[in-house]
Structure formats: structure tokens, C-alpha cells
Design a protein. Structure first.
Length: 467
């Protein structure tokens, strides 16, 4: 990426970087990069995981020091300014993960973000970003996609020019399909309130059929042998089941009379738009969401609310949305932590390293220093270290480039072939069609459709979920 972009206003750019370089140790994450965002325009920064997108935004926003090169706003050199000073000069940032106050209302967060200067009317911002009618709702009670838009709306209120880091990660708003990801139907309206917008997203390639040498998701002899071994070990067929479950948060009901079942060694997908209750299924089981009615069974026995550590001891490991990598632990230490429940089984650090060779190469690197795709590998490896009967993955493809999703699908098939059951909570049809053998589609907290994965097509899914 080099050379300035055309379209500046009065010869100045909202944000501009020249020959930017930032090394980490002996590795240059950003090397002599030129980039410019004109006033009133939107620029996209696209690249695979680990290409240096987030590091470039760190340099532009002041979170990482410039090793060499210049950063300018409206022709002013801001290279010596810290994050707060750049914010006062009109730069704000949204991160890959949401950066909101869970206990504050949507309106309160937007008001806080705009205190330092005159900004667009809060109702106008809410309307543009699809938050109309949510002003009094607490941030923790709104859907994840709405939380992402709230995060972006707060950034829009803070400044006219902003750097947005992988803003669509995990939030598949319908506008994303037309190129207006999370910016409402008119992304130019956000830019018109001030400076330019730099929007990051993972590298995308056109969807294709199964890649050569890869198997379709379905039953095969290896999987059947693994399931039979696990069934004998557990002494049962039903592993996890929900029966007429009603659950939610506070007084709000999210799940309505949910019936769902996963047998030992099965690969089951739960699909649905943001906000329909997919994550609440996991939260109801772990006691995070309040179960108001119904029964949850583990290995055929009714259970009350349990927590993550008791679930792990019972043979259920959860890979949460957002990965939750421990920031002050290395890759190796994060994996060791996953084995704390001391369940016996085939999964060891050596086996995880064999499945994810990059983790072995970076074993002594802090977990949060990995790219998004590598962090997802680490989160899965950490969960497998507990040697679970059932691996629950909440939005595992969130923020990942398609080529990484393909590798993830292969790895999950490998895990399932060993007899471990999978419950995949997803919106990515490309992933689940290659891994799952059964599916449930959720709509408004209820099962709208279910069946064998082979019978689900994109066309039949369109009435329930954007694909």
C-alpha cells in the first residue's frame, strides 16, 4: 500500500501517513506505508489476519509510537501527540472488540462521547446507525450487532475523523452486504459530519465450492467410530438437551420454549441473526442468563445453573465469543490454563501444537499479541486441553478472513473425527455447511427450522438469516 489518494480538500487530508514503519522485535508489522484519507470520504483497509492492519491503526491513532515516518491531520504533524491529545484534535477510534459501558444506556454513552464538542444530534446518530428506540436500553441488554453499532456511533460523536479497526467483526448487519457495513444505509452521511473514515475489514475472497481434497461435512466411518467410542465412555447418547426453556436477562425473555438436543459426538449448528438468542443458549446453561422455565439436561440428568469451571469438569468446554485470551499469559501458559480441570484424554499441548503449528512457533509470545485468527486457534486449543466431550463455539468465525475460516473448518472436522461433539453457534453458512451434520435456525428466540445439514441451502435460509 503506497502513494497518496486523490480527493483531498484544500490540499489537506483528514488523516495521512507517510513512510510509516513499526517493528516488533525483528519483525516489521508495518514497513514504509503511505496512506491518506481525504475529508468527507471513506477508505477501506483490507488484508488477511496478521498483515498489519491493526498495527497501522495503532500508529495512526497514537496507541503505538511511530518508529519512522510521519502522521498528519489537516497537514499538522501529530506524531508526537498521545492518544488523548489526538482525540482532542478530532480523532477517535473503534476497536475490534466493543468498547462500551455495559451498565449505561445507549443515550448516556452517546452523550458522554460528545461532551467535548458540538456534534450531530444524538437522535440523528441513533437513527443513522439503526439504534432508534434503544435510547433507554442498557448496553449489556442489546444484541451484539447493536453493541457494535453503538461503539461506532460513540466514535462518530467523539470526532469528525476516525480510524475504525475491523468494524464489521462479528456483526453481520444487513447493510454490510451492500458495502455499508455498520454505517447505516448511507455511510457518506457519517463522513460528512467531519473528516474521513478509515474502515478495516479482513481480506475476503469470492465464495467457492469445496476446495480440492476437502470432504463435505457429513457422516463418515472415522466420525462414526469416534461417536461410538464416546457414547460407550459416557454411557449415554444424549449429551446436552434443552426442553421448553425460557430464558433471558432481567425481565426480558430472549429464549421462548426452546427445544434443542445434542447427542454424544454430534456436530450441531445453531444459526440466526444477531439478537435472536444464540449466545443466550450458552448463557442459560452457564447461569449467566436467567432461566425462567424449562429443563436443561446433561448426560440425561436435569441440572441447575452451573458455571464455566463446573461445565469443564463435566466435559463441556466453551470457546466464547471474543476469545477471552488472558492478556498477561503466553500462548503456552494459556494452553496450560485450559488443562486445569485435569480431565484425562488425548489432548495435550503437543497435540494442539500439531494441529496449530503457528502456536508452537509463538509459544512464548503473549496471547493477545497474536493476530485474530491465531487467537481463535489459541482459544480452541485452550478449550481442547480440558479434553471435553462437547466443544461449544460461539461465533468462531468472527472477524476471520475466509481462508482462515476454511482452515478452521478443517480443524473442527479433525476434532470431531476424534469423537468430540461440536455445538457451533454461527452465522457463517460456509463454515457450518462443511462441519455440521444437523442444524437449528433461531428466529426471535424460537426454533424456526431444524433438520439435517444436507437439506439446508442458502435459499432456504434467506427467510431467517442474512447470508
Amino acid at each position: 500500500m503506497s502513494g497518496p489518494m486523490n480527493g483531498s480538500m484544500n490540499g489537506a487530508y483528514a488523516i495521512e501517513g507517510t513512510a510509516l514503519t513499526r517493528p516488533y522485535g525483528g519483525f516489521f508489522a508495518v514497513n514504509k506505508v503511505d496512506i491518506a484519507v481525504p475529508h468527507g470520504e471513506i477508505r477501506g483497509l483490507i488484508g488477511p489476519n496478521g498483515a498489519g492492519k491493526s498495527t497501522l491503526i495503532d500508529v495512526l491513532s497514537g496507541r503505538a509510537a511511530v518508529w519512522s515516518g510521519q502522521v498528519r491531520m489537516d497537514s499538522r504533524d501529530i506524531g508526537a501527540m498521545g492518544v488523548q491529545e489526538r482525540r482532542r484534535h478530532g480523532m477517535a477510534r473503534s476497536f475490534q472488540k466493543t468498547n462500551i459501558f455495559p451498565e449505561l444506556s445507549v443515550r448516556e454513552q452517546l452523550d458522554i462521547a460528545a461532551r467535548q464538542a458540538e456534534k450531530p444530534n444524538v437522535h440523528e446518530v441513533m437513527d443513522e446507525l439503526g439504534l432508534t428506540g434503544l435510547g433507554d436500553a442498557r448496553a449489556r441488554d442489546i444484541a451484539y450487532g447493536e453493541q457494535r453499532r453503538l461503539d461506532l456511533a460513540a466514535a462518530a460523536r467523539r470526532a469528525g475523523g476516525r480510524a475504525v479497526d475491523a468494524g464489521i467483526a462479528g456483526a453481520r448487519h444487513p447493510a454490510a452486504r451492500s458495502g455499508a457495513a455498520l454505517e447505516g444505509d448511507r455511510p457518506d452521511r457519517r463522513a460528512r459530519h467531519g473528516g474521513g473514515l478509515l474502515h478495516l475489514r479482513p481480506h475476503h475472497r469470492p465464495a467457492t465450492g469445496p476446495r480440492p481434497g476437502r470432504r463435505h461435512a457429513g457422516r463418515d466411518p472415522a466420525l462414526a467410530r469416534g461417536r461410538h467410542r464416546l457414547s460407550r465412555e459416557c454411557g449415554m447418547s444424549e449429551l446436552l438437551a434443552f426442553s421448553n426453556v425460557v430464558a433471558g436477562y432481567g425481565g426480558a425473555r430472549i429464549l421462548h420454549d426452546l427445544d434443542l438436543r445434542i447427542d454424544a459426538g454430534e456436530r450441531v449448528a445453531v444459526l440466526g441473526r444477531n439478537g435472536v438468542g444464540k449466545t443466550t443458549i450458552v448463557n442459560a446453561f452457564l447461569g449467566i442468563a436467567r432461566r425462567m422455565q424449562g429443563e436443561i439436561r446433561l448426560a440425561g440428568k436435569a441440572v441447575g445453573d452451573i458455571r464455566h469451571f463446573t461445565a469443564a469438569r463435566a466435559g463441556i468446554s466453551v470457546v466464547p465469543q471474543g476469545r477471552c485470551i488472558i492478556p498477561n499469559l503466553t500462548v503456552r501458559e494459556n494452553l496450560i490454563l485450559g488443562a486445569a480441570v485435569r480431565r484425562k484424554g488425548a489432548w495435550t499441548i503437543e497435540r494442539v501444537f500439531a494441529m496449530f503449528p503457528i502456536l508452537k512457533e509463538r509459544a512464548d509470545t503473549p496471547g493477545t499479541a497474536l493476530s485474530g485468527g491465531q487467537q481463535q486457534m489459541l482459544a480452541i486449543g485452550r478449550a481442547l486441553m480440558a479434553n471435553p466431550h462437547l466443544l461449544v463455539l460461539d461465533e468462531p468465525s468472527e472477524g476471520l478472513a475466509p481462508v482462515i475460516v476454511d482452515e478452521l473448518a478443517d480443524n473442527l472436522r479433525h476434532v470431531a473425527d476424534g469423537g468430540t461433539g461440536l455445538l457451533i453457534i454461527e452465522q457463517n453458512y460456509s463454515l457450518v455447511r462443511r462441519v455440521a451434520e444437523r442444524y437449528y435456525v433461531l428466529s426471535k428466540g424460537e426454533v424456526a427450522e431444524q433438520g439435517a445439514m444436507a437439506g439446508l441451502t442458502k435459499e432456504s435460509l434467506k427467510k431467517h438469516i442474512a447470508v
